[in-house]
Design a protein around this ligand. Sequence first.
Ligand SMILES: Nc1ncnc2c1ncn2[C@@H]1O[C@H](COP(=O)(O)OP(=O)(O)OP(=O)(O)O)[C@@H](O)[C@H]1O
Ligand SMILES: [Mg+2]
Length: 332
Amino acid sequence: MMQDAGVTSAHMPEGYAIAVHDLHKSFGQRHVVRGCSINVPYGNIYGFLGPNGTGKTTTIRMLCGLLTPDAGTGTCLGYNIRTQSALIKRQAGYMPQKFGLYDDLTIRENLEFVARLYEMPDAKQVATDALHRLGLHHRQNQLAGQLSGGWKQRLALAACVLHKPRLLLLDEPTAGVDPKARREFWDEIHAFAAEGITVLVSTHYMDEAERCHQIGYLLDGKLLVHGAVSDIIAQSRLSTWRITAQNTAEVMHDLQKRAGVEMATSFGTQLHIAGADAEALQRAIESMQAVFPAAQAEKITPSLEDIFIHTMAAVGDRDSQIEEKAGEDASA
Ligand SMILES: Nc1ncnc2c1ncn2[C@@H]1O[C@H](COP(=O)(O)OP(=O)(O)OP(=O)(O)O)[C@@H](O)[C@H]1O
Ligand SMILES: [Mg+2]
C-alpha cells in the first residue's frame, strides 16, 4: 500500500533484510498467521503492531527460524527462512517477549553465559563491552531476578546483541516499562540502526510506532496496513474532530446516537470523534451543536491510534456481517 521509507547509507546493502511472502501458520485447528508478507529494507527500524493474539510473536518466530511456516517463504538477511535458519540464527538477535535469562545469575554472569553459548572467544571481555555499552556496568553484580522491569529489558537487549547480529527481532521489548526507560531503550534501538543493524520491533505503544521508519499493522494474521507513519496518517480517510465541552458525558451520549459517528472517545473535557464519512460526521456535529450550543468543534488530524482502532472496528463489523450472511445462507 505504501512506499518504503528507506534509509540510505553508503555501507548499507541493497534490498531487504527481511523479505517474506504469504506466510501461514496454524496451531491445531487455529489458523493464526494467514498470509503475512513483510519487506524491511536494510538499516530500517520496522514497527510491528496489532492487537493481542493476532500473530506477531508467531511471525517473529518464523522469521528467525524457531518455527517453520506451513506455507509461504522468504528470506532474512538473504537466507531462506525454511532451509537456512541456522545461518539466520547466527546473524540475528532475538529478544523474546518473556524474559528468558536466569534470575539467579548476576547481570555479568548472564552475559558471560550467553557469550559462551555463542562460543565467543573472550566471554569476559565481550560481557564487559556490553555492560559499558548499555549502561549496565555499575549494576553488573546485581542478580537479574532483582532488577526492575526496565533494567531487565536492558539486560535482555544486551544479551541479544552480544554476538553482533545484523538483524534484531525484538518482541515487545518495552512492555510495562516506564516512559523514561522506554525512551532510553529506543535511543539504543536507533543507535543500533545507525550502525546499519536492521530492527523489527513489536509494540503496542503508538509513540514507539512513531519512532520507526516503517510500521506494519497485523490483524488476524494478515498485514492490514504498512508504510511510514506519516503516509499512513496522510492516506487515511478517517475524518476526526475534537469537541470541547463542559458536559462531555451528555455530548458524548448525544453524538453516539447520530449517524456518521463511528468512534467517540473522551479525554477529560474533550472528546475525539471520528468516522469514515466526513459529511455525515459534520452533519452529526452540527445537529449536536444545535442541542449543545456551547460545545466547540475543531477538525483535527487523526492519530495513529484513531486509525488503528477504527480499522479494527471496521474489520470486526465486516467479519460479523460475513458470519451473519453465512448463517442466513446456511439456514435458507
Ligand atoms: N505454540 C502454540 N500453540 C498453540 N497456540 C499458540 C501457540 N503459540 C501461539 N498460539 C496462539 O496463536 C495466537 C497468536 O499468538 P501470538 O503470540 O503470535 O500473538 P501476538 O500477536 O504476539 O499477541 P500479543 O500481543 O498478546 O503478544 C494466539 O491465539 C495464541 O494463543
Ligand atoms: Mg506476542
